[in-house]
Design a protein around this ligand. Structure first.
Ligand code: FAD
Length: 417
């Protein structure tokens, strides 16, 4: 089933009777070549690229809940390639290029909107850091423009430019950054993988991993045992728990991150904005809601809901930056469980168990990584070699200390820095 303007017109005129489910609802088979644990954005994109780029289609994605129920459907949808460190820079550049072809590739409107991102700075030192980051982005082949205060004012005249503590000095503008419709991305990859023969199995919790003499043999699930030669663990906030089934202790902490949405307003914010003196960022959805968030809740938790102190912290930062937001009513908020790594950068690697692969540590920035991660992880699982854009996401960097990529210099304990 392909989507097109013509198809929508035809279905509209004939009672919408021709649409079929986007993916099948198969019973799990007893054996697959590859099992992907976790049907979030990363698991689904891995299965999709595994089938599309490597021709491996005897694959199942095992999801304990429903597609889009995890962080892939809970995030604030910012998509960007504005990282500064080698390792991250080429990876997110690769991912953004995949974003730019995604809608054609998946034949689905993921509402990818390159409305631009402005990272504000509020001191001379921060301007230097922004300029350095912008140069790294340009060297990587991505786009970056250093705006002065008047340049920012043209995009966002409503900011409190003269705030006595944190006056706005300027911003690093990344025009190709933007937003997308998060669940559409999950649906698109699920549909694309299913069309190529991958089994998407929902309501199937992995409860154990079967290993013999250091080699993976399969998994136990709530719907029976499944054998496989290769198993990818891609479960975001549950990474520690699932890896423990294989006897591994990961350098990952699970923390809650909240998101907030205001009542629908007329269009007033047409880029993504980030505050430079606190963790606060904001965009406006196509429905009109102001979508914003801030820092993690500062203690490890598996509860997919947030707490009031972090909410107050975010609201205070919002009021500091744009006092006008105080007139908007908050409509809803929610939380997601983040897989925080010690250096804030992810892991895409093999493990010491033959056939078990690991993809985690996306912290609060893994939505933009969904295509890049799927393409890199499927490459690693299919060929045994690291994808050229993801050679540095090694698990052993936390044991050896070599190759740490601390983009923000905060790691998982943001409150301690
Ligand atoms: C509030 C919030 C805002 C965010 N904002 C942004 C943003 O603006 N930009 C950005 O780039 N990133 C953002 N992120 C981060 C991003 O959402 C995550 O890094 C990313 O979605 C994680 O990867 P995933 O999609 O594969 O995770 P998930 O969707 O969580 O997928 C993991 C899946 O594994 C399943 N699972 C777990 N255990 C098992 C098991 N035992 N058996 C079977 N299945 C299992 C879960 O049910 C889940 O569906 C945000 C996150 C949150 C919570």
């Amino acid at each position: 089933m392909r989507f097109s303007g013509w198809r929508i017109l035809k279905e509209g005129l004939t009672g919408n009777k021709g649409w079929v489910p986007h993916w099948r609802d198969p019973e799990p088979k007893s054996e697959y070549d590859v099992l992907i644990i976790g049907g979030g954005g990363h698991g689904l994109s891995t299965a999709y690229y595994m089938a599309r780029d490597h021709g491996i289609t005897n694959v199942a994605v095992l999801e304990q809940g429903y597609i889009g129920g995890g962080n892939v459907g809970r995030n604030t949808t910012i998509v960007r390639a504005n990282y500064g460190l080698p390792g991250n820079s080429e990876f997110y550049s690769h991912s953004l290029k995949l974003w730019e072809g995604m809608e054609q590739d998946l034949n689905l409107n993921t509402m990818h909107s390159q409305r631009g991102i402005i990272n504000l700075f509020h001191s001379d030192g921060a301007r230097d850091a922004a300029a350095r980051r912008g140069n790294a982005m340009i060297n990587q082949g991505d786009d970056a423009i250093l705006l002065d205060r008047e340049g920012v004012r043209e995009h966002a005249p409503y900011l409190d430019f003269e705030n006595s503590r944190f006056p706005v000095y300027g911003g690093l503008y990344h025009p190709r950054g933007g937003t997308a419709r998060h669940d559409a991305v999950a649906w698109g990859y699920a549909r694309g993988a299913d069309m190529r023969g991958v089994d998407i199995i929902q309501n199937c919790e992995v409860t154990g991993i079967h290993i013999e003499h250091g080699v993976v043999k399969g998994v136990q699930t709530s719907r029976g045992a499944i054998r496989a030669k290769k198993v990818g663990i891609v479960v975001a906030g549950r990474s520690g728990q699932v890896a423990a089934m294989a006897g591994m202790t990961l350098p990952i902490e699970s923390h809650v991150l909240q998101a907030f949405v205001s009542e629908g307003l007329k269009p007033c914010i047409d880029t993504v904005l980030t505050f430079g003196m606190g963790h606060f960022y904001i965009s406006q959805s196509d429905k009109g809601g102001l979508v914003f968030g801030g820092d993690i809740d500062f203690y490890a938790s598996y509860a997919a809901r947030g707490n009031l102190p972090a909410m107050e912290h975010v609201m205070a930062a919002a009021m500091t930056l744009m006092p006008m937001i105080g007139k908007a009513k908050l409509l809803r908020s929610w939380g997601g469980i983040m897989d925080m790594s010690p250096d804030g950068s992810p892991i895409i690697d093999k493990t010491h168990i033959d056939g078990i692969f690991l993809n985690c540590g996306w912290c609060y920035g893994g939505f933009k990584a969904v295509p890049g991660s799927g393409s890199a992880f499927s490459h690693l699982m299919a060929t045994g070699n690291y994808h050229p854009a993801a050679t540095r996401y090694r698990l052993d960097r936390f044991r050896t200390g070599h190759g740490i990529m601390d983009e923000e210099a905060t790691g998982s304990q943001h409150n301690l820095h």
